[in-house]
Design a protein around this ligand. Structure first.
Ligand code: AMP
Ligand code: ZN
Length: 489
């Protein structure tokens, strides 16, 4: 098996993947801030890292995948003010901060189930790790890279850069940053506009406040990821991921915090997923050009002519490489749906193909298999992988039309390729379940119809009426005719 190459933001190159501990991978991905329902843009990043997680599992790595939930500390900039995003949402919806987080986390979990994402190994929350955040801030203070100003603790970027490189993730130039000034609240407390808050003094309107050596307050946004990644993956781990938009300041500051606390750059490979756009513009809550995952499934959005299934949306996402940007539009989803239908129609034929004694298919199957592995080993190139799966579909259609002959072993190899790459790595299921599911429903309905018939014969009308009524409630109609009973949804 060829080796896996990963594009590392730190070097700007594809590098051979060598985990710190052989056979094991530690991966940290920045999770959602749950002050509102995650949109399709957020979901694209999580689906991409889900695919990466799935491929690492396919390569038989033992993966510890940590993806946090931001439930405090995140800031929304509005009219020159830095406001706590979750606190703002809590006030608007007249709820507690954690009520907001619970509400949207339960939605987020439902979205992940609907779009077939595997659950990470751990989903830690920032509010459950305040002590760990305080301890890292104390270390940064001890090392002289932070200062207290009016009850708020700032990271001293100017001092840090005298002995450490800054800009390793984002490529931002420190001189430009030090001269950059933004008109935001609290700037006068900082020694330099590039300094960022590690701990913020409590404001009268704050809904979540904790005690700290510097007085009551709440943690800055960046420190939570440093605290949780260190706690669960150690001071150095393999992969740190997130969307491109997190390179600066979030990831840059994570590196600075770790180094400032006497540790090292936490991750060997920094991976960044590109954005989901709408008409070339990043999908974002702030721009108002966002779509919600369940609205796409229900077909209740303005730009889509019809509902699209989670399988088609996921297939559409996987058609783009994770480092390419991707435009979300009705036409693109219609095209993805056509492609998805073409592939699954071919894949579902596999059980009905004629088995031959001789083969002229095995060489091509072997080639497709190698190409699938090569595509994924080339920095998780799902785009190339899907092109190979189309080759496989063409081959299946040729076997079906008997232009090519395949043995039992060939068909078993094709079946394995579909299971390994389409189902497991890309995480795509067959629509409406598979044929097996619809057969199972057929059997269940026949059982229900038989029980109803028995109860009517025994004059147990309470049971037979109940069966009809409950089925009617769930939208299933029973139709009695002279040849028996059939059913319709
Ligand atoms: P947030 O909840 O804003 O912290 O974002 C959660 C994740 O979604 C981060 O990794 C972001 O980089 C990512 N993200 C936000 N907007 C988009 C977008 N339009 N396309 C892809 N990823 C996004
Ligand atoms: Zn983070």
């Amino acid at each position: 098996m060829s080796e896996l190459f990963i594009y590392n933001t730190l070097t700007g190159k594809k590098e051979k993947f060598e985990p710190i501990h052989s056979g094991k991978v530690g991966m940290y991905v920045c999770g959602p801030t749950l002050y509102s329902e995650p949109h399709m843009g957020n979901l694209r990043t999580f689906i991409n890292f889900d695919m990466i997680y799935r491929y690492l599992l396919h390569l038989r790595y033992q993966v510890k995948y940590v993806r946090n939930i931001t439930d405090c500390g995140h800031i929304t900039n509005s009219a020159g003010l830095e406001l706590d995003s979750i606190g703002l949402a809590a006030k608007a919806e007249q709820m507690e901060s954690l009520e907001i987080v619970y509400k949207y986390n339960s939605k987020f979990q439902d979205i992940q189930k609907a779009y077939n994402l595997l659950r990470p190994s751990i989903e830690p929350t920032a509010t459950a790790h305040i002590q760990e955040q305080i301890e890292i801030i104390e270390k940064i203070m001890e090392n002289g890279f932070a200062y207290v100003s009016n009850g708020t603790v700032y990271f001293d970027v100017n001092k840090y850069v005298k002995s450490n490189p800054y800009g390793v993730v984002s490529g931002r130039k420190i001189d430009e940053l030090l001269n950059e000034s933004r008109e935001l609240q609290g700037q006068e407390e900082k020694r330099n506009p590039a300094d960022f808050a590690l701990w913020k003094k409590a404001q009268s309107e704050d809904m979540q406040i904790w005690r700290s050596p510097w007085g009551d307050g709440n943690p800055g946004w960046h420190i939570e990821c440093t605290a949780m990644s260190t706690k669960y993956l150690g001071e150095q781990f393999d992969i740190h991921g997130g969307g491109m938009d997190l390179k600066f300041p979030h990831h840059e500051n994570e590196v600075a915090q770790s180094c400032g606390a006497g540790m090292k750059n936490p991750a060997n490979y920094w991976m960044h997923a590109n954005m989901l756009n709408v008409n070339g513009q990043k999908m974002s809550k702030a721009f108002g050009n966002y779509f919600l995952p369940f609205d796409i499934l229900e077909g209740t959005t303005s730009i889509f002519s019809k509902p699209f299934s989670a399988q088609v949306v996921r297939f559409f996402m996987m058609m783009g490489h994770y480092r390419s940007d991707l435009d979300f539009s009705n036409d693109a989803l219609i095209a993805a749906e056509r492609g998805y239908d073409r592939l699954t129609e071919a894949f579902l034929k596999i059980d009905k193909l004629t088995i031959s004694e001789t083969t002229n298919a095995s060489k091509e199957i072997e080639e497709i298999k190698d190409n699938c592995a090569a595509a994924m080993n080339d920095d998780f190139n799902t785009s190339k992988l899907i092109a190979e799966l189309f080759e496989l579909a063409t081959l299946i259609n040729k076997i079906d039309s008997k232009t090519i002959h395949a043995t039992q072993e060939d068909l078993a190899n094709i079946h394995k390729l579909i299971q390994d790459y389409f189902v497991k790595v890309l995480g795509i299921q067959f629509e409406n379940g598979t044929e097996t599911n619809s057969q199972a429903i057929e059997h269940l309905m026949q059982l229900i119809i038989d029980i109803r018939k028995d109860s009517r014969e025994k004059k147990d009308f309470a049971t037979s009426d109940k069966i009809r009524d409950v089925l009617t409630q769930v939208g299933i109609e029973l139709r009695d005719g002279k040849d028996g009973t059939d059913w319709k949804i």
